[in-house]
Design a protein around this ligand. Structure first.
Ligand code: PMP
Length: 471
């Protein structure tokens, strides 16, 4: 049992003796920013509290799920009610269908959906399904995109691999790695070249709907649409990975921002307005002089995670019925899970999605705009060259003169002065603001970030910007 007098340092020492690196997911270890990870014991609204009793304004939001803020009372009540009726049945439940229907109503390319427990499972199963459907083996992914930790997806991946500068992972058989072709993001010529050479062997292109695991790097206007056209011209499928963006950047995820006809599905504030996206620059911001580009696209398969579980282990893969019906028991592609559709977890997801109304997305956009602009102003005031990268309400920062006009791919992101982030991060942490512990991660706001929480963040910025300037 943790007591108020236990220190984070003591807990980390104990954890390191029992758990590799003291963590159950690498980026939590603070390796790239240094120092002692905070051991959290509770969270409410926009705040998390560590084992020393210290409260932080949280801009990690459980790495995305907490769009309503932590421990939303209605979500907690629904989960408690579900838990009281049994934790796991390993049988069908009414609430699973409810979640599938909710997602299908919002994201038109999803006609059928299957629930799994993690984003890794969702993408892994989507790839198997694409291979089973097309009868082909090769997979195309983009450098700097992260799709979970299954064997074939760790080549030049973002997230923890970007943080630790790893090109891939030991333990992945060369024969498996050889089935993944890696292409620079936002580079249609490179994609065309790969299709020209291997077109009839490519089962699918997998892409983050908007990249946010190498920091935020949005697709150039029309990129998603062009890549779907190209893949289809060669008989390949497109898997749009919305594990991170799904139901966070709009009611219909990234697909909604670029493709949904109804305004209802769109986020409302300036950074997310589809009209602006049609003219956006590499950092995701508008360029008033641009030509109109049709950005609407229809992926074959879409993966979800994070928000669909409301902070509990739920993820999903969905798509065209014809493809989804190749899954067992209807078809020959096997996929299963003891905990898939777990009733307590799915209840958290359904309740979260139902509560995430237009006002929630408007607040997410507003908070994102306020915080990102304030960080940018603070950095400018200290003379730190930088760029803010946006994908809807997701944002991150690039440090350095050479990247100050933004980055459109992994090489561009890696060119930044990444060492400026650690002192910035620690100055914020010392002032009671918890940021993602790596420059290669998106910042996540919640609709519970009220004026008090936002003003605590703004108050911490001048000292953090000074720390970044002197690094
Ligand atoms: N795809 C994307 C786009 C992600 O951001 C993540 C996790 N950050 C995953 C897949 C993997 O999800 P999980 O960590 O739940 O396995």
């Amino acid at each position: 049992m943790t007591t108020a007098t236990t220190t984070n340092a003591d807990l980390f020492a104990r954890a390191q003796a029992a758990i590799p690196g003291g963590v159950n997911s690498p980026v939590r270890a603070f390796r790239s920013v240094g120092g002692t990870p905070r051991f959290l014991v509770s969270a409410r609204g926009p705040y998390v509290t560590d084992a020393e009793g210290r409260e932080y304004v949280d801009l990690v939001a459980g790495w995305g799920p907490a769009i309503l803020g932590h421990a939303h009372p209605e979500v907690i009540a629904a989960v408690q009610d579900a838990a009281a009726r049994g934790l796991s049945f390993g049988a069908s439940t009414p609430v699973e269908t409810e979640l599938a229907e909710l997602i299908e109503q919002r994201v038109a390319p999803v006609e059928k959906l299957r629930l799994v427990s993690t984003g890794t499972e969702a993408t892994m199963s989507a790839i198997r399904l694409a291979r089973g459907f097309t009868g082909r083996d090769l997979l195309v992914k983009f450098a700097g995109h992260y799709h979970g930790h299954s064997d074939g997806l760790l080549a030049e991946a973002g997230s923890g691999l970007a943080t630790f500068a790893l090109p891939g992972s030991a333990g992945v058989p060369a024969a498996v790695a050889a089935l993944t072709l890696v292409v620079p993001y936002n580079d249609l010529d490179a994609l065309r070249a790969v299709f020209a050479e291997h077109g009839d062997r490519i089962a699918a292109v997998i892409t983050e709907a908007a990249a946010a695991n190498m920091g935020v790097v949005p697709p150039l206007p029309g990129f998603n649409r062009a890549l779907v056209e190209l893949a289809h011209a060669h008989g390949a499928l497109v898997i749009s990975d919305e594990v991170l963006t799904g139901f966070r950047v709009s009611k219909a995820g990234w697909w909604g921002l670029e493709s949904a006809a109804g305004a209802d599905a769109r986020a409302t504030s300036a950074p997310s307005a589809p009209g602006e996206w049609a003219h956006s620059t590499p950092n995701g911001r508008s360029d008033a002089g641009g030509e109109h580009v049709d950005t609407a696209y229809t992926p074959d398969l879409v993966t979800f995670g994070k928000v669909v579980g409301g902070g509990m282990p739920v993820a999903a893969l969905g798509g065209r019925a014809e493809i989804m019906e190749r899954l067992a028991p209807l078809g020959p592609v096997y996929q299963a899970g003891t905990l898939s559709g777990n009733p307590v977890a799915v209840t958290a997801g359904v309740t979260t999605l139902r509560l995430a109304d237009d006002a929630v997305y408007a607040r997410l956009d507003e908070v994102s705009e306020t915080i990102s602009q304030a960080v940018s102003s603070a950095l400018s005031a200290e003379g730190v060259p930088h760029a803010v990268q946006y994908a809807g309400n997701l944002f991150s920062f690039l440090f350095g003169e050479s990247v100050s006009s933004g980055a459109r791919d992994y090489a561009g992101v890696l060119a930044q002065e990444s060492w400026r982030y650690a002192p910035f991060f620690h100055a914020m942490l010392d002032a009671g603001v918890s940021l993602p512990p790596s420059v290669f991660e998106a910042w996540f706001v919640t609709a519970a970030h009220d004026d008090e929480a936002v003003s605590r963040i703004l108050g911490a910025l001048p000292a953090a910007a000074r720390a970044a300037a002197s690094a």
